[in-house]
Design a protein around this ligand. Structure first.
Ligand code: G3H
Length: 539
């Protein structure tokens, strides 16, 4: 037990009232076919990463419980989604874009009213700081707004007939079918909604299962979902993955699989689908994004970017910088400055003002991180910073580990936590080889000033990863940029506009440009006889 960290966790009475939870949150509701059903069976306990000082000891705060639904309820949710889609003839997939937008706008309005509850639950369930929890909520609302704008643009561009090689045609995007959406615990609201909302707005019907942690925070939105969408269009289930989503996949009735999590989890689920060629997958998976700090880099900038890149939200971002390659000529200067900045990060509770380090939500995570650090030490590395790697219950103080090499697990594994491996290098080829031979392929950050060298590295990485950041940390945003990856890191591309495309396909109505066909087509359009074949323009 660390003395340094033992004062971090508060007593119940010391938690500011506005950030404490009003009561134990026992959730029994789940959403199927437009109805909030009440679960009478077993519940799953929700433990906060926050421990509380009680007498001479500490107790993990149990904040609530959620339904542990079974295969039966999961299949009921799927039936509702299948019925609402009705083989593409349901009210939702055939509804006009304007009307579908109105439903999403209604949802957004209702969602905004629940901001405080969702933000508070983000803090308590996953330990995200108040500032970042607010940012996650607001960024999600902005994403929904931007999605609406992007869909209007898309629809406007399709509101015309094209003439090509003697054919006249109209091309529009239409839904794919029933989508299963599952998000990650680190962005349980934002990343989940970046697939859920595009899936819905394009006319798919959805079964949504919240992440492993960050589950209760969806509860305040259940009524908004129920009241904003027609019955069966969105169904929300809870429970263990193996009892619920596995059964959904086995039916073969899932057409789109949107999953943010591990590549192993994605593989296990994809394999269950009896007709994999019918399943479209959109996956955001593991990553081990390296930073490469060249000899002529602006060290202050590199340190600032690498600090936020590796340690914001305790390193629990798929886009986090998870290994730093630093040129040996500057490695001492870099690490000194880096350590000084780590020291400035304030450990504390999510609601503490200016907090930079918070407890971790995954059970067993601190032991896993300790194992990585011990393994690195056994292979010749040191923890450079004072208190580095100290742990206390769910809290792990960042460990800056140096010098890291390929014998260590930390060199290869995605730590997804506050451990920062630094690898000294003398030849850029070492960093290039690392990226080329890695199983991951999400992003890379390069820090330097020599345009020739930067250009050489950029070109070396363009066919390896989805984004190359120059003198900048790795990140997903702005959300209009394509977010993807190669190898074990992703399948498909997400961005405000791309997400609309991945949850839809283009269908064409085409005819030879004969006078008779022209007359029929203009008749259909003039009399508004078809919802598809139309030149109506959304304002
Ligand atoms: O966990 C992965 C997130 O998509 C990262 O997003 O780079 O904006 O933190 P971010």
């Amino acid at each position: 037990m660390s003395d340094f960290l033992s004062t971090l966790f508060p007593a119940e009475k010391d938690i500011p009232t506005q950030y404490n939870l009003p009561a134990f949150q026992e959730q029994r509701e789940y959403l199927i076919n437009g109805e909030l059903k009440i679960w009478r069976g077993t519940l799953n306990q929700v433990a906060s990463p926050v421990f509380l000082k009680v007498g001479d000891g500490y107790q993990q705060k149990i904040i609530g419980s959620t339904p542990l639904l079974t295969k039966l309820e999961a299949l009921q949710a799927l039936d509702a989604a299948v019925k609402a889609y009705d083989l593409g003839h349901g009210a939702w997939p055939t509804m006009s874009v304007t009307e579908r937008i109105e439903h999403v706008e209604k949802f957004l309005k209702a969602m905004r009213l629940r901001r405080d509850e969702v933000v508070k639950l983000l803090m308590w369930e996953i330990g995200k700081s108040l500032k970042d929890s607010e940012k996650e909520f607001d960024r999600t609302c902005d994403y929904i707004n931007d999605t609406i704008k992007a869909l209007k643009d898309l629809d406007r561009n399709s509101a015309k007939l094209v003439e090509e090689q003697g054919f006249m045609a109209q091309i529009r995007r239409v839904p794919l079918g029933v989508a299963l959406c599952m998000g990650p615990f680190n962005y349980p609201l934002n990343e989940t909604f970046t697939t859920l909302i595009p899936a819905l707005i394009m006319g798919n019907t959805v079964v949504f299962k919240p992440a492993k942690y960050g589950v209760l925070l969806i509860r305040p939105l259940l009524e908004a979902f129920r009241d904003s969408f027609p019955a069966g269009v969105i169904n929300i289930i809870y429970g263990r993955g193996r009892d619920t989503v596995g059964a959904l996949m086995e039916t073969g009735k899932i057409d789109v699989f949107a999953f943010i999590g591990t590549n192993k989890g994605a593989n296990d689920l994809k394999k269950l689908h009896p007709k994999p060629h019918r399943l479209k997958s959109i996956l955001g998976l593991d990553a081990k994004n390296p930073a490469i700090v060249l000899a002529d880099a602006d060290i202050d900038n590199a340190v600032t970017e690498c600090i936020t890149g590796s340690l914001s939200f305790n390193g629990q971002r798929c886009t986090a910088l998870k290994i730093l390659f630093v040129h040996q000529s500057i490695v001492e200067k870099f690490t000194q400055k880096f350590l000084a900045e780590v020291k400035k990060l304030k450990p504390g509770m999510p609601w503490d003002s200016g907090v930079g380090l918070t407890p971790l939500p995954e059970p067993g995570k601190t032991d896993y991180l300790k194992g990585l650090v011990d393994n690195a030490k056994a292979n010749g590395a040191n923890v450079l910073n004072e208190n580095g790697g100290e742990m206390f219950h769910s809290f792990f103080y960042p460990a800056v580990v140096y010098p890291v090499n390929e014998k260590m697990n930390l060199y290869h594994e995605e730590q997804f936590g506050p451990v920062v491996p630094i690898v000294p290098f003398s030849d850029e080829k070492e960093a290039i080889d690392y990226v080329v031979n890695s199983n991951f392929g999400q992003q890379v950050s390069i820090f330097g000033n020599d345009s020739k060298k930067l250009a050489m590295l950029m070109d070396a990485f363009v066919n390896q990863v989805g984004r190359i950041n120059v003198n900048t940390q790795s990140q997903r945003g702005p959300d209009t940029f394509p977010f993807n990856g190669r190898k074990d890191s992703a399948e498909g591309t997400l961005s405000v506009a791309d997400a609309l495309r991945v949850f839809s396909m283009r269908t064409i109505v085409a005819a030879k440009s004969t006078d008779a066909n022209k007359q029929i087509i203009s008749q259909i359009i003039k009399n508004r006889e078809s919802a598809f074949l139309s030149t109506d323009y959304i304002f």
